[in-house]
Design a binder for this molecule. Sequence first.
Ligand SMILES: NC(=O)c1ccc[n+]([C@@H]2O[C@H](COP(=O)([O-])OP(=O)(O)OC[C@H]3O[C@@H](n4cnc5c(N)ncnc54)[C@H](OP(=O)(O)O)[C@@H]3O)[C@@H](O)[C@H]2O)c1
Length: 449
Amino acid sequence: MKRIVEAVMAGSPRSAQRRAEFAALPVPESYRGVVVRRDEVGMFEGRVSRDKDPRESLHVDEVATPELGPGEALVAVMASSVNYNTVWTSIFEPLSTFGFLERYGRTSPLAARHDLPYHVVGSDLAGVVLRTGPGVHAWFPGDEVVAHCLSVELERPEGHNDTMLDPEQRIWGFETNFGGLAELALVKANQLMPKPDHLSWEEAAAPGLVNSTAYRQLVSRNGAGMKQGDVVLVWGASGGLGSYATQMALRGGALPVCVVSSPAKAEICRSLGAELVIDRAAEGYRFWSDERTQDPREWKRFGARIRELTGGEDPDIVFEHPGRETFGASVFVARRGGTVVTCASTSGFLHEYDNRYLWMNLKRIIGTHFANYREAWEANRLVARGLIHPTLSRVYPLEQTGQAAFDVHRNAHQGKVGVLCLAPEEGLGVRDEQMRARHLTAINRFRGV
Ligand SMILES: NC(=O)c1ccc[n+]([C@@H]2O[C@H](COP(=O)([O-])OP(=O)(O)OC[C@H]3O[C@@H](n4cnc5c(N)ncnc54)[C@H](OP(=O)(O)O)[C@@H]3O)[C@@H](O)[C@H]2O)c1
């Protein structure tokens, strides 16, 4: 690994000499990766979700380097980030991810490599291509890259208009093995995208999954298709998804109404440029009066607060992901003809809402999930051009990934939490200092908060 790190630090990217140097580097037989272990799947039985602790289930183990197949790339990972899917994997909820690996493993001899007694997790990376497999012509050893997390087979017709509709579509590092929270990662070459030159490794690794998801969910025609002037209600507006949705709304000329749960988070939203912010904790909304009963008066109180902020307007788009706890309110507050667009159910999958408000007011609910390569590329392009900025708040060494995931599980983080993999320290990998200087305040906005 030492030779790889030295090679990354030396030499300029994109030169023919660098390609040759990287192609000549030996591939290590094993590497350190953050794993859950199959024989520990039952370790949290009897505990409630909140008490299931990622620090107990996530380990840094030495694992064998997988064989490189056609259309794939082996990447030396400089930095990665924690997504909520790593929290789900680490608490074995709602299912153990070993089931995904088993099912994938049955689909082909190449996929069988993924079905192992350990699962290397992580769905983001910034790093350098070490090797490419047969049939890869667009990427070369030495290329500095980020990876989006859609692993798609695309052997059947259904996915050819939109790869998210492919029946063999999976989230890399969650539904596949060899993820990004590791020193090396195995990806399909069509996951690779250029690393933004003005960002350090850990900054570049932060937006990936959430930025692409927010792009499809909010901006893409496959999602809500946001347009200038739209009022967009953003739940968790300073969190992983929400911090990018808020930026996209602001950049796209929309009017975000940011919902958060503390004055510090409200301040972050304001510093991004959002003027309309609701502190749901301070205002004490209780959409459920008990576990089974919602309180429509609280939906109305919430809707009235939104109107107060917007000058009487209801949201054209509700950016949903908390799920059960908020969904009834989300359907209620969306404007007549408006859209609730959802990609998750953090607080529970079985949603309840009053359907009269949906059909009588011609509202739509759209389900959305990650992003296709084109959407991920567009989202990465926004970052590379300095239109959207990483929302990295804290960075941990690989050994402390459990703590990083614990913070996200406990909602004790802001924006995104980063992890250094092969990068020996923060701040490395910047190739365009001039552009960085222009955007430094925005890049650092979430740091240390
Ligand atoms: N389908 C996909 O492709 C996809 C992609 C990315 C993420 N996801 C899922 O989306 C969810 C959010 O991911 P994330 O990265 O944004 O997580 P995150 O960084 O934890 O942010 C989520 C935010 O939602 C808010 N929230 C949490 N529980 C809530 C509740 N009961 N009521 C209201 N607000 C609540 C919190 O903000 P406040 O406390 O400040 O309100 C929290 O910061 C996760 O379940 C994740 O698995 C799905």
